[in-house]
Design a protein around this ligand. Structure first.
Ligand code: BG6
Length: 513
């Protein structure tokens, strides 16, 4: 087992020691994401000694909550959701600098109170701090909050400090191209792009960052990473959970907006982009935007390249689970898709003719996210003739994003024995085996990166729009046709039959991850 102190993630994080004095304001402070992810992330950064010495946390929400009660709620969140147990000596340091301000998200006086509250913290501290505004509210108030941050002066570059205000915006970033453009315009009327951090938490995942390292720190992959050697790419983000208590949100969203437009597209962009000139945030994001813009518009229609479906009742982990339309908060006639699968073609020198298949769904057979690179079959007939003896598979390199994070390669191997027989075998690397399993969560990396001002793992405005441009016609088409084309799949299965049709024209089949 490797020395945990040298774990690449912690090692990588340690370069960040030196985030400037910061006050983090969380809008939506009593919300689910704050409890599940944000507070535990702050706590774990404190455990790793990665918060700046002068760090203050201010919760902001509509509900009046006394400071003490907010601290108790935050401590409960750490106890329930943190990857590491609450240690009083660490938590007490965070809690001592944690306060709460109540107010409406579009009420100017509330933002004036917030500004006065931060001024008071700075006055007591005797120094100015950067202000990081984390918007973790329902999307309907993203724009009003940004506007009020502007009107109250909170967004302004702060009195000549090198560090200034920053805004972190949760997903979903818009619901189609028009709304994403409008939101970008509102944000840009208040903040400069370098002050804006649009979250896609998949970018904070260790394995997603490793994708860049695997591609560009190993000499063996790049020569093969193109249409001459790669036959197809499959990206799967499958979940076994249903919509749970998020029915209200999910009904308005669906799999295409919730997962495909953002998470799977980020995986695709990192897989397919050209090598950036440097690891600089702009260099990487420029390449991502370039590849997103090179994707051909999708063919939509009854025999198009996009499939959708809804889960029906089935079995997960040996237990019966209800269908989507029976879930809490879901309309009995709902036309929201819980699964989407599609075929994308990238029209550039590297990828022309290589299909990229994407799929994502809820209540699937198991939770797995992976990127599988399927290489072309070897030429010639040396081992191909007698299928009984030669079980040849295409070489597949798969990045297992989660769970069991790692990397594997399928190779054809001789079966030991006096006659020549072949069999595909899997060569695997598992993070947990080499580095131990207690890795930092995506939000720890992202909160820290936002504090130090590194935008590499955040979505740039043009990137969000490039992705919406591709999917908005699909959403419009689905809205116009209503139910027709919506397949069903049993909860606990790998998806509907119409997902197979997406690949069938190229004689491909979905992998069983
Ligand atoms: C969120 C989606 O962005 O990602 C959820 O809104 C989904 O519906 C979640 O469950 C999946 O994230 P993870 O990190 O558990 O794969």
């Amino acid at each position: 087992m490797a020395d945990p102190q040298r774990h690449p993630f912690l090692h990588g994080l340690s370069k960040h020691r030196g985030a400037p004095p910061t006050v983090v304001v969380i809008f939506g402070a009593s919300g689910d994401l704050t409890a599940r992810k944000l507070i535990p992330a702050v706590y774990n950064l404190a455990v790793d000694n990665l918060l700046p010495a002068d760090f203050f946390l201010v919760g902001f929400g509509r509900k009046p909550i006394p400071d003490d009660e907010f601290r108790t709620l935050a401590a409960d969140a750490v106890k329930e959701f943190s990857r590491r147990e609450l240690k009083a000596e660490v938590w007490d340091r965070v809690a001592a600098h944690t306060t709460y301000v109540a107010g409406g998200y579009d009420e100017k006086p509330a933002f004036d109170r917030l500004a006065a509250h931060i001024d008071e913290i700075e006055r007591k501290l005797g120094r100015e701090m950067q202000r990081l505004f984390y918007i973790s509210t329902p999307p309907s108030v993203f724009a009003p909050i940004v506007v009020k941050l502007g009107e109250s002066g909170l967004a302004a570059r702060h009195r000549g400090l090198p560090h200034h205000s920053k805004v972190v915006i949760e997903k979903p970033f818009g619901k189609d191209l028009t709304s994403a453009r409008e939101l970008n315009a509102t944000i840009r009327s208040v903040f400069e792009e370098h002050q804006v951090y649009r979250i896609d938490h998949y970018l904070g995942k260790e394995t997603v960052q490793d994708l860049l390292v695997q591609r560009f720190a190993n000499a063996i992959f790049e020569p093969l990473w193109n249409r001459n050697f790669i036959d197809s790419v499959q990206i799967t983000v499958a979940e076994d959970v249903g919509v749970g208590s998020r029915g209200g949100y999910y009904e308005q969203s669906g799999a295409l907006r919730d997962m495909i437009q953002n998470h799977t597209m980020q995986l695709l962009a990192l897989t397919a982009m050209e090598p950036p000139g440097s690891l600089d945030a702009e260099a990487i994001r420029d390449e991502k935007v370039k590849v997103l813009k090179a994707i051909q518009p999708l063919t939509i229609g009854p025999a198009g390249e996009v499939a959708r479906a809804q889960y029906s009742a089935g079995m997960i982990g040996g237990k019966p689970v209800p269908g989507y339309r029976e879930e809490e908060g879901i309309a009995p006639q709902s036309n929201t898709e819980t699964f989407a699968a599609l075929r994308l073609c990238i029209n550039n020198w590297r990828w022309q003719g290589v299909p990229f298949y994407l799929r994502s769904g809820k209540r699937m057979a198991r939770r797995v996210s992976e990127i599988a690179i399927n290489f072309r079959r070897p030429p010639g007939t040396l081992f191909a003739g007698e299928t009984a003896r030669f079980d040849l598979a295409a070489n597949t390199l798969s990045f297992q994003i989660q769970p069991d994070e790692g990397l594997s390669l399928i190779l054809n191997t001789k079966v030991p024995g006096l006659e020549t027989r072949t069999q595909p075998v899997k060569m695997s690397f598992r993070y947990a085996t080499t580095f131990g399993s207690n890795t930092a969560e995506a939000y720890e990396r992202l909160v820290l990166d936002a504090m130090i001002g590194d935008g590499t793992l955040f979505i740039r405005g043009d990137e969000a729009e490039a992705s919406w441009k591709l999917y908005t016609p699909v959403l419009d088409y689905w809205r116009s046709v209503g139910r027709p084309g919506m397949d069903a799949y049993a909860a606990g299965s790998w998806g509907p039959p119409n997902a197979d049709a997406v690949l069938a024209r190229s004689a491909h089949a979905w992998r069983q991850p």
